[in-house]
Write a protein of this length. Structure first.
Length: 395
């Protein structure tokens, strides 16, 4: 098992030296047992929050109501939480009351899954009362205790089970999966933002196709096509936010621009994601391979949208547009007014009046250059502008 960072050892040593049992707990222990480096560090201790604050010079009262103090170290923040037992969950999300205690096993018993209910002390001794190591070896997501009870306490755990399955490549224990189906109605207690975050983590995981299980389980019935198509092809798309959302949206909404926007807005995604992913969902599956057509799309939608759309096309086993796009960008071809060889100021200096007609003239020049790249030269464009000006009717 990977040795603990010096900062984590120091926090554990400080708590123990003050007479308070302390353990690394939850996700970091799971990661260490799997041979991974934890992204976050969580410590469970018998010390009360005010005691933790008194023992360390730099702390943040990040969750005092639930016993959590963030200790700031030279190697990053460490969340230190007092052993606790949760009271009744009235809203299927948060306990009405939290009782602090000194019993590690009671603290582990309230956690969601066995693989997240292990603790490690300073000497490397592992406490695993619910078989987390065995479930890691079996690659199994299993609730601590009765799964229906766990989900009634916190309905978000249903989504977390499926998310861990996607991220780790584990199966969900049959009893746990059955309880998700039975308690699926509790999903209405979860905020849209929380659901969106879990869906996004699944989409960005190594197994984005597992997101279909969310629909099979009845957790998110809206927009699901019937029957749900296979989503294995999602893995062909890079694990990038806009790309994966665009691919998923394309499947769910059948390439409808209106439905794509409605779907993404319903998850309260930010406006930029709605615009990029929603537009790429429509463009990507049918992206043209003609250079001129792609440059027109670049002119209309911008580089970021078309780049995402090209990656969506790759996921649809249509790689040609991405190659054409790469050539356009590498060659520095003109497809926007920013790269046109003359500006509105140049045209005004040549006697063209400012205003809307000037904008129309610039766009005509741009369309010509997209069709004829060699024409993107100042002198050539000035001559063309004069031709266009004289070709216009006087009224």
């Amino acid at each position: 098992m990977t040795p603990l960072p010096s900062a984590i050892q120091a926090v554990l040593e400080t708590l123990e030296a003050a007479g308070h049992p302390a353990y690394l707990a939850g996700g970091p222990v799971r990661d260490l047992v799997m041979g991974k480096t934890p992204a976050d560090w969580d410590i469970a201790t018998a010390a009360l929050p005010e005691t933790v604050q008194s023992l360390f010079p730099k702390t943040i009262p990040s969750g005092l109501r639930h016993g959590t103090v963030t200790v700031l170290t030279d190697e990053g923040p460490v969340e230190v939480t007092t052993f606790r037992e949760d009271g009744i969950y009235q809203d299927h999300r948060h306990p009405e009351q939290v009782t602090f205690g000194r019993d590690l096993k009671a603290d582990l018993a309230r956690r969601d899954f066995t693989i997240n209910a292990m603790a490690l002390d300073l000497r490397g001794t592992l406490t695993d009362p619910f078989g987390g190591q065995d479930d890691l070896q079996a690659k199994l997501i299993r609730c601590v205790g009765d799964p229906a009870t766990r989900f009634k306490e916190d309905a978000l755990r249903m989504f977390r089970a499926l998310r861990f399955s996607a991220q780790l490549g584990f199966d969900v224990d049959p009893d746990t999966l059955a309880a998700i189906w039975t308690e699926r109605h509790l999903a209405s207690a979860i905020s849209v933002e929380r659901i969106r975050n879990e869906l996004e983590k699944i989409l960005l995981s190594p197994r984005p196709e597992h997101i279909a299980v969310v629909f099979y389980s009845g957790l998110f019935p809206g927009f699901a096509p019937h029957p749900m198509p296979t989503l294995d092809w999602l893995k062909r798309a890079p694990a990038q936010k806009y790309v994966r959302w665009a691919c998923f949206t394309a499947i769910l909404t059948g390439y409808s621009a209106i439905e794509s926007t409605v779907f993404l807005h319903s998850l309260r995604l930010d406006n930029k994601t709605v615009h990029i992913a929603g537009t790429a969902a429509i463009l990507g599956p049918n992206l043209p391979t003609d250079s001129v057509a792609i440059k027109h799309l670049l002119s209309r939608y911008g580089t970021e949208v078309v780049t995402v759309a090209a990656k969506v096309a790759i996921a649809y086993d249509h790689p040609a547009p991405a190659k054409v796009l790469a050539e356009i960008l590498q060659n520095g071809d003109c497809y926007s007014l920013k790269t046109l060889a003359l500006t509105g100021t140049d045209l005004i200096a040549e006697g063209h009046p400012p205003g809307a007609p000037l904008g129309d003239l610039l766009n005509q020049l741009l369309r010509h250059v997209i069709q004829h790249p060699a024409a993107n030269e100042r002198g050539t464009l000035l001559l063309l502008a004069q031709e266009i000006k004289h070709a216009r009717p006087p009224f």
